[in-house]
Design a protein around this ligand. Structure first.
Ligand SMILES: Nc1nc2c(ncn2[C@@H]2O[C@H](COP(=O)(O)OP(=O)(O)OP(=O)(O)O)[C@@H](O)[C@H]2O)c(=O)[nH]1
Ligand SMILES: [Mg+2]
Length: 217
């Protein structure tokens, strides 16, 4: 790896040490906040750990509501990281127990948002390390391949696996993402529980937000 490609861990730390504030929860496209700055979305199956990952990144445990009950996040929640980056916590997809009309409404909202949001610079596609890529994930990948947004795989709950199992999942998910036209080549491996991979993901998001250490005099 050349020097330029190295993640700037310190920039990530400094960016995510800044205050992050909840802006609004959106249930329909007409409620979306104005498009400004750089936005990054957290997408993935219900219960994969989207809200927990936002909390781990920001070091703010009650910020995004995480829960044992799948389908906890039912709207697109916007979090403003001190004017540098907007984080969006999406409702999970693939939650079979939710009422069909609700699932249809979330799915429509997620799809419209992912397709039409010009400030959306990246969608993080969270995959539960215990389960790997499922068909509902492939559906979202297919959609994202047609959108003007790069998406990047993030394995969650890595703490739940033994090293050898984790390696196998990293290889399988990495191989699957490599085949997709719009997927970013780097797969992040994280645990919101132990903090694994959080510093690296912060660094990558700082780069996306063009946030640098010592940039200002
Ligand atoms: N062990 C472990 N548990 C995790 C991790 N991340 C999330 N969890 C747990 O997984 C459950 C779901 O987490 P959430 O963050 O609410 O998941 P979500 O993707 O936001 O779920 P929805 O909003 O329902 O789509 C919670 O009980 C979390 O405590 C992790 O890295 N390791
Ligand atoms: Mg959630």
């Amino acid at each position: 790896m050349d020097e330029a490609a190295k993640p700037d861990i310190e920039a990530g730390r400094l960016l995510f040490a800044r205050p992050c504030r909840f802006i609004k929860g959106v249930v329909a496209v007409d409620g979306l906040p104005p498009e400004q700055g750089v936005e990054v979305a957290f997408a993935g199956r219900s219960n994969v750990g989207k809200s927990s990952l936002i909390n781990a990144l920001t070091g703010h445990h009650g910020l995004a509501r995480a829960s044992n009950t799948p389908g906890r996040t039912q709207e697109i929640n916007f979090f403003n990281l001190d004017g540098h980056l907007m984080l969006t916590d999406l409702p999970g997809y693939g939650f079979a127990q939710a009422p069909k009309d609700k699932v249809d409404a979330w799915t429509r909202l997620i799809k419209t948002y992912l397709k039409g949001r010009s400030v959306l610079r990246r969608a993080l596609l969270l995959i539960d390390a215990r389960h790997g890529v499922k068909d509902v994930d492939r559906e979202i990948m297919k959609l994202l391949d047609t959108c003007a947004v790069v998406y990047q795989g993030v394995l969650t709950k890595a703490d739940k696996l033994k090293d050898a199992q984790l390696q196998a999942v990293i290889e399988a998910v990495g191989a699957e993402l490599k085949k997709r036209p719009a997927a970013h080549p780097i797969l992040h491996v994280t645990s919101s529980e132990t903090g694994l991979g959080i510093a690296e993901l912060r660094a990558e998001l700082a780069e996306l937000a063009e946030f640098k250490t010592g940039a200002a005099p």
